[in-house]
Design a protein around this ligand. Structure first.
Ligand SMILES: Cc1cc2nc3c(=O)[nH]c(=O)nc-3n(C[C@H](O)[C@H](O)[C@H](O)COP(=O)(O)OP(=O)(O)OC[C@H]3O[C@@H](n4cnc5c(N)ncnc54)[C@H](O)[C@@H]3O)c2cc1C
Length: 339
C-alpha cells in the first residue's frame, strides 16, 4: 500500500511539474475550484468530454475532507474503505491514472469582470500559488467556474485570546494521565472520545444541545465508557490558566462549573468555504452556495456542487454524484445543448 501511494504521489508531482509550464496563461474554458470528491469527479467528466478544465486545490494533494475521516467508510455503495486515507489514496490514483494535473493554489477572491469587452465572466482575482519555490500571484479568468470548495472545521472563539490559541482541533500529543475536554456532539466529537478513552485519564464531552447529533451507535458507545463524563445542555464559556489551559468554565443547567483540564479539543462542526465568493454569489444564511436544479448559482457562469451547496446531504456519494452531474450540466451549456 505504501509503495503504491508513493508511486501515485510521484506521478502527481510529475503532472504538476509538467503543468507549471502552462500555469500562468490567463483564460481557461473551465476552472474547477477544490479537489475533493466533487471536484475530482467533475474533472473526470470534463476530461471524458474533451473540455479543458483547470483543477485548482489549495492543499498539496486531492481528497478534501477524506483526509480527516478516522474511521471506516461503510456507506459508499461501490466499496468500503478502512479509513478516509484509503479513500483519498483511491482518489489520487484515479487522478494520476487519468493524467489530470492539479494546480496547488489558494483562491482568495472571485469576482465577475468583463473580459475582452465580452459578458461578465468569473475572474479569480487573488490566486496565490507556489511555482517551484517562488510564491506567485496570478489572475485567471474562465468561461465557466465550478465551485467545489467543501467545508472546513469550525473554530471556537473563547477568551482569553492567548489561551484560545491553545485550543486543539487535532490531537498530536500523549494523553497519558491527561484530562481532556472535547467540545461538540457530532460524529467527529464522539469518535474522538471513543478513540482516546483508553489513553486519557478523564474525558469530558461538552455539548450545548439536549441530545447528541451523532450517529446513534456512537452515542451508545460513548455512554458506556467509564472515564467519559457527558455534559449535555452545557457550553464552555471561558478558558483559565497561566500560559497554558489549566481549567475551563462551563455553564450547565443554569450553573457555572469549573473543571480542571489539560487539553481542550474542539469538534464543533463545519463551515462552508465560501468567503471567496461572498461578493459574487448568493449564499444562504449559513454561507452555503444557493444552486438551482442544474447546479447553477446566482451567476450565469458559475456552477457549484458537493458539500458547499445549500441543502445537500454532505456525503462522499453525494459529492461524487453532484460533481459529475454539475459538470454534465456545464457541458450541456457550453455545447449549447440546453433547450
Ligand atoms: C470526520 C468526517 C467523517 C466523515 N465520514 C463520512 C462517511 O463515513 N461517509 C461519507 O459519505 N462521508 C463522510 N464525511 C463527509 C465527506 O468527507 C464529504 O461529504 C465529502 O468529502 C465532500 O466532498 P466535497 O468535494 O464536496 O468537499 P471537500 O471534501 O470538503 O473538498 C473541498 C476541497 O476544496 C479545497 N478548497 C477549499 N477552499 C479552497 C480555495 N479557496 N482555494 C483552493 N481550494 C480550496 C479544499 O482544500 C478541499 O480539498 C465525513 C467528513 C468528516 C469531516
Amino acid at each position: 500500500m505504501r509503495l503504491h501511494s508513493e508511486i501515485v504521489a510521484s506521478q502527481l508531482a510529475l503532472l504538476q511539474k509538467e503543468f507549471k509550464k502552462q500555469t500562468m496563461s490567463q483564460h481557461y474554458p473551465v476552472i474547477i475550484l477544490g479537489a475533493g470528491p466533487a471536484g475530482v469527479s467533475a474533472a473526470l467528466t470534463f476530461k471524458e468530454a474533451e473540455i479543458q478544465a483547470l483543477l485548482i486545490e489549495q492543499q498539496p494533494t486531492c481528497g478534501g475532507q477524506l483526509a480527516a475521516i478516522p474511521s471506516a467508510i461503510t456507506n459508499f455503495a461501490l466499496g468500503w474503505f478502512a479509513s478516509g486515507a484509503e479513500a483519498q489514496l483511491q482518489l489520487q490514483t484515479v487522478l494520476a491514472k487519468s493524467n489530470i494535473a492539479m494546480l496547488q493554489a489558494q483562491v482568495h477572491e472571485v469576482r465577475s469582470q468583463k473580459v475582452n469587452g465580452e459578458t461578465f465572466l468569473p475572474t479569480l482575482l487573488t490566486l496565490e500559488c507556489t511555482i517551484g519555490n517562488v510564491a506567485e500571484k496570478a489572475k485567471l479568468s474562465c468561461d465557466y467556474l465550478m465551485v467545489a470548495t467543501g467545508l472546513s472545521e469550525n473554530k471556537l472563539s473563547l477568551s482569553p485570546i492567548d489561551l484560545n490559541a491553545k485550543v486543539k482541533y487535532h490531537i498530536d500529543q500523549d494523553l497519558q494521565n491527561k484530562r481532556l475536554a472535547i467540545v461538540g456532539g457530532g460524529d467527529s466529537a464522539l469518535l474522538k472520545a471513543i478513540k482516546l478513552a483508553d489513553q486519557a485519564k478523564k474525558i469530558f464531552v461538552i455539548h450545548r444541545r439536549e441530545k447528541f447529533n451523532a450517529r446513534p451507535d456512537l452515542s451508545k458507545a460513548v455512554a458506556k465508557l467509564s472515564n467519559v463524563e457527558i455534559l449535555l445542555s452545557s457550553e464552555i464559556i471561558a478558558l483559565d490558566g497561566d500560559g497554558k489551559i489549566e481549567s475551563i468554565t462551563v455553564t450547565s443547567a443554569g450553573a457555572l462549573i469549573n473543571f480542571k483540564v489539560d487539553i481542550v479539543l474542539a469538534k464543533v462542526g463545519y463551515v462552508p468555504n465560501s468567503a471567496a465568493f461572498a461578493k459574487v454569489l448568493a449564499l444562504d444564511k449559513h454561507g452555503y452556495i444557493v444552486i438551482d436544479s442544474l447546479f447553477k448559482t446566482s451567476h450565469q457562469h458559475i456552477f457549484a456542487a458537493g458539500d458547499i451547496t445549500a441543502g445537500t446531504v454532505p456525503r462522499i456519494g453525494t459529492a461524487v454524484g453532484q460533481g459529475m452531474a454539475c459538470a454534465a450540466s456545464m457541458i450541456a451549456e457550453i455545447n449549447g445543448l440546453r433547450p
